[in-house]
Write a protein that binds this ligand. Structure first.
Ligand code: FES
Length: 130
């Protein structure tokens, strides 16, 4: 008989490990709705998302590199996008086209310094544990 297939909990655990959640230091959310983003046109938003994914990978920041990324449908700013937010600092950015994303990756994610000229808000979320 074939080996038993992994159950859902095992499959999820593998995906959690593969995503790098255990070593995550930051999480980037980028507004790139698939059909009708309001903060930038759909092609521009898709280009930004692809650039972020490739850029994180090329810099060794994906998965074991400690930076999670998530494409979202709307971050509720809906103006001047593509909009992104980086946690845990809670730094919100406007105009996240490839050139700006390169700066965010190099200066903020690697260098630890937000790219001030594109920051539109900042709010570190409170840590209830401490
Ligand atoms: S559609 Fe991008 S923030 Fe709302």
């Amino acid at each position: 008989m074939d080996e038993k297939l992994p159950d859902e909990a095992e499959r999820i655990a593998r995906k959690v490990a593969r995503a790098g959640i255990a070593v995550a230091r930051r999480h980037v959310f980028l507004c790139a709705d698939r059909e009708n983003p309001k903060c930038a046109d759909a092609d521009r938003a898709l280009q930004a998302w692809m650039h972020l994914k490739d850029g994180l990978r090329k810099r060794g920041l994906s998965e074991e590199g400690g930076v999670l990324r998530t494409r979202v449908g709307c971050l509720r700013i809906c103006e001047g996008g593509p909009i992104a937010v980086v946690y845990p600092e809670g730094i919100w950015y406007r105009a996240c086209d490839p050139d700006v994303l390169d700066r965010i990756m190099d200066e903020h994610l690697v260098g630890g310094r937000p790219v001030e000229e594109f920051v539109i808000a900042r709010r570190r979320l409170p840590d209830d544990e401490g």
